[in-house]
Design a protein around this ligand. Structure first.
Ligand code: ACM
Ligand code: ZN
Length: 469
């Protein structure tokens, strides 16, 4: 028997059963990991054993998939536990928003594959998408951009929108029921044009900033030395912490062009007062300060690995590795820092199958980070696959790009290395893709999963050279 993700062990028996539901739930201290479980199917009962509700939930998820795949349910004993505690998917709702119904469809599909972290990217240069009581102007002005299409910026059709607090609570509740933690991302000090459009006084130069209408990296960043800007961010974090009742917040830290910091009196003063050698150290100081603020609210933080450019980043932050020097991320993991693996190649599923084919996504081994030693391997908390949405503005495209590649990420997050097998995965992936497609999910057709090399080059080039009007 083969599932996705493949369980740690399955013993199959010759009988079958007509039962379709778990009949016996057993909470036991014999099972230590709270996500682990046993599922025992005999002809007259189906038993789930776990240390608590979470494990029982994963037993249910496995049974649900068995029922999807098999008409006759075989008697069996599954003993299962996850390889990693962090099995994440990220959706960028800043560049393009998706309705609650669409988000729920994505989340419930991810839950079927035992993902347990929804990283929700909610603010960026192109829009601020969280309703806040203390700063209503952030959504009034910061959620609006003067173009709805990054590839046709002459369109001047306004794009706007945000999630109300009630809508966010609805998603949080939907996730809670599926044992998925929601990790909101408030990306700083870069990727902040939407906030800086509302508060240009928080840039180093105090000049006007537009909510951006194109993809890219922008020089408008928060002034690291402006204490009023810090207070504003803290207000935002206060409301985020109320909305998201989980132990972790993502505070970004990626792609920060620091030229403006070089010539800013306020930034220089912070550097001088704190003995900071360069702007990269200033970024670490700023990120540490925000993480300390959140620590006082009992929250841990995740940051992108760009933060490792400077010395002095707090060891308590979890690093999300996406691009840049693998040795640097490996070294910090070797020194005890926790790390989540989101390598651009091939986990960024906003890039086409021609660049990041299914086989490559499946084959990514998170421990294969150059320079990682035994301790470093133990500090890998898990995997996460993001979908950025500069060029994805409809549900059907969103689903096509994510599925079935997220099935592959799910298996890497849950299944021990020794139990992974691409051929076996593929055979179940085919069956499940058909089933999900019939149920209305736009899973990519099999001919798109692993394009031939000759096609890949041409299509990859055309992805990067879009026809702009
Ligand atoms: C990133 O893709 N800029 C984290
Ligand atoms: Zn400054």
């Amino acid at each position: 028997m083969r599932l996705i993700p493949q369980p740690k062990s399955i013993e199959l028996y010759s009988e079958t059963t007509k039962l379709r539901e778990i009949t016996d739930f057993e909470i036991t201290s014999e099972i230590k990991n709270d996500e682990s479980y046993e599922l025992i199917i005999t002809s007259d009962k189906i038993t789930a054993r776990a240390s608590g509700e979470k494990g029982l939930h994963y037993a249910r998820v496995s049974l649900k998939q068995i029922l999807k795949l098999y008409d006759e349910i075989p008697c069996l004993k599954i003993k299962d536990e996850p390889r990693f505690p962090h099995r994440g998917f990220m959706i960028d709702c800043a560049r393009h928003m998706f309705s609650l119904d669409e988000l729920k469809k994505m989340i419930s599909t991810a839950a079927d594959f035992k993902f347990n972290k929804f990283h929700w990217h909610l603010s960026d240069d192109q829009g601020f998408r969280i309703e806040l009581e203390s700063l209503p102007e952030l959504t009034e002005k910061g959620s609006v951009r003067h173009c709805d299409n990054f590839r046709n910026c002459k369109s001047e059709k306004e794009y706007h929108g945000f999630y109300t607090k009630d809508q966010i609570r609805e998603i949080v509740e939907f996730c809670r029921y599926r044992f998925i933690d929601v990790i909101p991302e408030f990306d700083m000090p870069g990727h902040q044009s939407a906030l800086l459009h509302v508060f240009p006084q928080y840039t180093c130069k105090g000049t006007a900033v537009e909510v951006k209408t194109k993809e890219g990296i922008f020089k408008d960043i928060i002034c690291a030395g402006n204490l009023e800007a810090h207070a504003c961010i803290e207000k935002i974090l206060d409301e985020l912490c109320e909305l998201f009742p989980y132990d972790t917040v993502h505070i970004g830290g990626d792609e920060v062009p620091k030229n403006n910091w070089k010539s800013c009196g306020k930034c220089r003063k912070i550097m001088l007062d704190n003995g900071l050698k360069d702007e990269n150290e200033l970024q670490c100081w700023f990120i540490n300060k925000m993480a300390d603020y959140l620590k006082n609210k009992d929250k841990k933080c995740i940051v992108w690995n760009d933060c490792l450019k400077g010395k002095g980043l707090s060891q308590e932050l979890t690093i999300q590795h996406w691009m840049g020097k693998p040795q640097k991320s490996a070294k910090t993991a070797n020194n005890g820092q926790k790390i989540i693996m989101s390598p651009f190649m091939p986990f960024y599923v906003d890039y086409p199958y021609d660049m990041h084919p299914l086989r490559a996504v499946y084959s990514l081994e998170p421990e294969n980070l150059r320079g990682l030693n035994k301790t470093g391997k133990r500090n890998i908390k898990g995997v996460e696959s993001p979908i950025w949405t500069e060029f994805i503005n409809n549900n059907s495209r969103l689903e096509y790009m994510c599925f079935p590649r997220w099935f592959a990420v799910a298996e890497t997050g849950w299944t021990v290395k020794e139990n992974k097998n691409y051929k076996e995965f593929l055979s179940v992936c085919r069956k499940l893709s058909d089933i999900y497609k019939k149920n209305g999910l736009n899973v990519a057709p099999e001919e798109d999963w692993n394009p031939r090399i000759s096609e890949r080059l041409y299509k990859t080039l055309s992805f990067f050279l879009p026809k702009r009007k």
